[in-house]
Design a protein around this ligand. Structure first.
Ligand code: ZN
Length: 170
């Protein structure tokens, strides 16, 4: 039986080797056909790609999921305006969140990427606030309770222009 710290050292070596081998592995994979999604169930779950733009719109405004389904939501900011005036994030709120109260509080939270501390408990998950050409992925379990969950961009004013949608758990 190995002592825990020996195991950790071994693990670190394996990870180091894996890191070194990555480039060659990628070249080998390029020669073989890419596996289909069905062939490769991923621990990251179902991938959902959403873009946000300078017109303050999400490309996806409705997401239907199964209760507890593992999801990987990627938000990409495809706009060109600077982050300080046109940043975007993707924030999923709890079913019991007071959306109006949340939206009214965001302007007071510039230091926490417009996620107000006072409403943090109403946030299921949120991406980083993204500037132009940036992207961020969040992996999480969908709520287990069927219902409609509001998602939005919490940059001040964007919700009001329509940068919002719903996750429907059914
Ligand atoms: Zn936005």
């Amino acid at each position: 039986m190995m002592k825990p710290h020996h195991l950790l050292t071994l693990l670190a070596s394996v990870l180091l080797l894996a890191g070194c081998g990555r480039k060659e592995q990628a070249e080998t994979e390029a020669a073989t056909p890419a596996p289909t999604v069905e062939d490769a169930p991923s621990p990251e779950g179902r991938a959902i790609a959403i873009t946000g733009n300078d017109q303050m719109k999400f490309s996806v405004t409705e997401i239907r999921v199964k209760p507890g389904e593992t999801l990987s939501v990627t938000l990409s900011n495809i706009g060109t305006m600077p982050k300080f005036s046109m940043g975007h994030n993707w924030v999923l709120l709890t079913a019991d969140a007071d959306v109006s109260a949340f939206v009214n509080a965001v302007a007071g939270a510039p230091t926490t990427e417009y996620i107000p501390d006072s409403h943090q408990d109403k946030v299921i998950v949120a991406t980083k606030l993204l500037g132009p050409k940036e992207a961020d992925t969040v992996t999480f379990q969908a709520p287990t309770e069927p219902g409609r969950y509001v998602f939005l961009c919490s940059f001040p004013g964007h919700f009001q222009v329509g940068m919002k949608g719903e996750m429907i758990v059914e």
